[in-house]
Design a protein around this ligand. Structure first.
Ligand code: SF4
Length: 429
């Protein structure tokens, strides 16, 4: 039996080999509050209280609007004019709002106070408020805080800020604890279950997930914990976990057959799984995924795609679309590029695919118009105007709300990109 060996090209200096253009200017990206839309469904027993304006409340309501079921696990404490003008004692008002909420919702075990642009502008100290409230409501409720403001965060960075706020509360792993794996980044429950079954079949154990499904089930962390990032936008969380002694496993992200294989393989290598066992476990899932994707390759192969910066998933998506779907990449925009976390992805991107970090939306739109791509991946704010100009677009937010990671979702991921092209083709006919 041969132990799996790391892939030769993985984890080297992907960024050094390719130029990355930095662009600064007006941005068209959601703020970090948006992460609440998927996080509030993920951690049972948690509640997100945004301290913000009516604009913030509208953003979350409309982003989550179609998904609200029963009582949502988020709300907005709206800052009124007298709060913004400094007439009211903001600490007292916030404490009273938290007290009312906790009386009305006894199911809350973990409360996040989420900062916004207005709360930052008038300098509300949410970390002090959280400490005060934690003391008052312990042990029934833990209160933490993080910022989701558009000044500090873009779109997916809200999840990073939320998970990073959780890290100091994670228990220390027991002395001499056996090696464990912590998968970091929100995944749909169905995806998490699939990965859990694959890790189990590989003999990789114990495996835990962050965010956890129940607020009370905090995974322990320490020097025997290996972390495997499931999402590419978790710079602060990974840093906080590494500060606690955990070691990051370098891997591409589990998008598409190739991404899922390399991601699982990196964990398998770290846990000494044999080549034979890895192949036996992964082969059936790979075959299923190949079959599911084949159907969409005809639509996507040879088509040109322009990716606007939005979620930080863009380099991994571009890798999947070019290598597995045969698409041509016109430009890969990303709001932020973590050089170390993305090194394995960058190595797999086609040479010459331009990567632009940050955004100057006008210049980027000019480049997109000049290139006339077949498909544009972008945020909601750009999609309608581009459709009106005759472009075919895909909303990048859908890639956060849909289960797309892993083998059994590879076909669905391909379909998300094929659908707008098919729709356009039908309209033209
Ligand atoms: Fe707008 Fe800022 Fe509120 Fe986000 S946090 S909705 S960017 S005001």
């Amino acid at each position: 039996m041969n132990a799996l060996s790391p892939l030769p090209a993985m984890g080297a200096a992907g960024c050094e080999a390719r130029p990355i253009v930095q662009e600064r200017g007006q941005r068209e990206v959601f703020c970090g509050l948006t992460g609440i839309v998927w996080l509030h469904r993920k951690i049972q027993g948690a509640f997100f209280l945004v301290v913000g304006s009516r604009t913030c409340a509208h953003l979350i309501q409309s982003a989550a609007g179609v998904m609200i079921f029963a009582e949502p696990r988020f709300a907005t404490a709206i800052l009124e004019d007298r709060d913004l003008a400094g007439v009211a004692d903001i600490d007292d008002e916030l404490d009273a709002a938290v007290d009312r909420l906790l009386v009305r919702r006894p199911d809350i075990e973990l409360l996040f106070l989420v900062g916004s642009c207005p709360s930052e502008v008038i300098k509300i100290d949410l970390s002090r408020a959280a400490a005060r409230q934690s003391k008052k409501h312990a042990p029934r409720v833990r209160v933490l805080s993080y910022s989701g403001s558009g000044i500090e965060t873009t779109f997916t960075q809200g999840e990073d800020a939320c998970l990073a706020a959780l890290v100091p509360t994670l228990p220390q792993e027991a002395p001499h604890a056996p090696p464990s794996l912590l998968v970091v980044g929100a995944l749909a429950d169905v995806v998490e279950d699939q990965f859990a079954r694959l890790f189990d079949a590989l003999g990789v154990a114990p495996v835990r997930f962050l965010p956890m499904r129940r607020a009370a089930d905090l995974p322990p962390v320490g020097p025997n914990t290996s972390i495997l990032l499931a999402q590419p936008y978790l710079a602060d969380t990974a840093h906080a976990l590494e500060e606690r002694g955990a070691r990051r496993i370098d891997a591409p992200f589990p998008l598409g057959v190739e991404g899922a294989t390399l991601w699982l393989r990196a964990a398998a290598v770290a846990f000494g799984v044999t080549e034979e066992r890895f192949d036996a476990v992964v082969a059936p899932a790979r075959a299923r995924a190949e079959r599911a994707m084949r159907h969409y390759r005809d639509t996507l192969a040879g088509k040109r795609i322009f990716l606007f910066p939005d979620s930080q998933l863009e380099p991994a998506l571009a890798r999947f679309l070019s290598r597995e779907m045969g698409m041509e990449i016109v430009e890969i925009g990303t709001p932020y590029l973590h050089r170390r976390h993305m090194a394995s992805e960058l190595e797999l991107l086609p040479p010459g695919a331009p990567i632009v970090e940050g955004q100057h939306v006008e210049q980027q739109l000019d480049r997109c118009r000049a290139a006339r791509p077949d498909l544009v991946l972008c945020g909601l704010g750009l999609a309608n105007p581009l459709e009106a100009e005759g472009f075919t677009t895909k909303w990048s937010i859908e890639l956060l709300f849909s289960p797309i990671q892993g083998f059994d979702q590879a076909g669905d991921l391909a379909e998300l990109f094929a659908r707008p092209l098919n729709r356009r083709a039908r309209l033209e006919v």
